[in-house]
Design a protein around this ligand. Structure first.
Ligand SMILES: *Cc1c(COP(=O)(O)O)cnc(C)c1O
Length: 379
């Protein structure tokens, strides 16, 4: 029986239990169970939290990316640049639009999209004789582990090459770059409310956020059969609605998101101070950005040995992610890889996510450090 879990969504419920129970009770006796007053209230509250005019609740984070891209008219024949070192959902969402994922290597220090690799791909894309290449339309940077991607370079390359930016914020609710929340830099952004995310529902949920009213309307149409307000299908849509129960639960939890992120940060500081200089760390915060501290990630060439020995000490860890998207059989033939993904493949072999969730007792984080420092010399 492990004594320290890597994540534990139930403890998030327990710490917000009264508010969540009241929210659920309110929905049960409410007027509607789908796209009612809870969903629209959550959409307004979440948009206000980000500092944007619109958020649109959808069924999950994968759909949020897909619908944001489709609302931008991205589909078959188009190319969307993103990373392979991410949840496979990012790449899945791009393929769901009919577009082709064009995969870019990560920077070894941040584990997010490498601007140099991006620049090289963009400058070489239209040279050469290869025919049938997808037309590049957008970049989907992933704020992995809660750390903002290299937005300055990404935004300027996007502008130079006429590409839309859709941020994958599934791991970064509340992260900031230059004092502004991530999710506000691209034309649109996508959030997941999967239970283990920084803002987690008790089931599936997601949102698209944007300050573009016309784009928001298109996402609203796409999430429900293509329907406009008069229930005329003006676009070919799908069913991707956020339900009232999840919206009400998210409303109960949103006011605590910043405090929960602060708890993640305090735990991360315990890890950082004990481990800095002793093992590779994927740093979270930087001079002009603050991570949402979704994961605390260490790197080691013998990652699997460390993981096994920690488990022997009753400490559970996870790997985000052991297989880059382009090495999953279901996606390997659907992606374009203009340059080798060497840092991506190295990261996948080395990264390890330590236990981290707001309710993790600080002394458990200390126990993890002690165990890890004991194991390290003989790993
Ligand atoms: C969780 C996650 C997604 C997908 O969200 P779902 O709600 O599971 O569909 C997409 N991208 C990243 C980076 C994620 O962590």
């Amino acid at each position: 029986m492990p004594s320290i879990l890597q994540c534990h969504p139930q403890s998030s419920y327990l710490s917000h239990r009264t508010a969540i129970d009241a929210a659920i009770a309110r929905v049960l006796v409410g007027e509607s169970y789908i796209l009612g007053s809870e969903t629209s209230a959550f959409e307004n509250e979440f948009a206000a939290y980000l500092g944007l005019s619109h958020s649109i609740g959808v069924a999950n984070g994968t759909d949020a990316i897909e619908l944001a891209l489709r609302a931008l008219d991205i589909g078959p024949g188009d190319g969307v640049l993103t990373v392979s070192h991410t949840a496979v959902a990012t790449v899945a969402a791009i393929t769901l639009t009919g577009a082709t994922p064009v995969l870019v290597d990560v920077d070894p220090e941040s584990c997010t999209l490498c601007p140099k690799a991006l620049e090289k791909i963009l400058s070489e894309w239209n040279h050469g004789t290869l025919s049938g290449k997808p037309k590049l339309k957008a970049i989907v940077p992933v704020h992995l582990y809660g750390r903002p991607a290299a937005m300055e370079d990404i935004l300027s390359l996007a502008e130079k090459h006429g590409l839309a930016v859709v941020e994958d914020c599934a791991q970064a609710h509340g992260a900031t770059w230059r004092g502004r929340r991530v999710g506000t830099f691209g034309i649109a952004s996508a959030f997941s409310f999967y239970p283990t995310k920084n803002l987690g529902a008790i089931g599936d949920g997601g949102a698209v956020a944007t300050s573009d009213g016309a784009l928001a309307d298109r996402v609203r149409h796409l999430r429900q059969y293509g329907w406009n307000r008069e229930r005329i299908a003006v676009l070919p849509g799908k069913n991707s609605r956020l339900d009232e129960l999840q919206a009400a639960i998210l409303r109960a939890k949103l006011p605590h998101l910043n405090a929960d992120n602060d708890k993640r940060r305090a735990l991360s500081e315990i890890y950082r101070q004990a481990l800095l200089g002793k093992i590779g760390l994927v740093e979270g915060d930087g001079p002009d950005f603050l991570s949402a501290r979704h994961q605390f990630v260490i790197r080691h060439p013998k990652r699997d040995t460390l993981r096994e020995r920690l488990r022997g000490n009753g400490i559970l860890t996870l790997v985000h992610y052991p297989h880059p998207a382009h090495l999953h059989p279901g996606y390997q033939n659907l992606c374009v890889i203009p340059l080798p993904l060497l840092e991506t493949e190295r990261a996948a072999a080395e990264v390890l996510s330590l236990p981290l969730f707001p309710e993790l007792p600080p002394q458990d984080a200390e126990t993890v450090c002690t165990a890890l420092l004991e194991i390290l010399p003989s790993a």
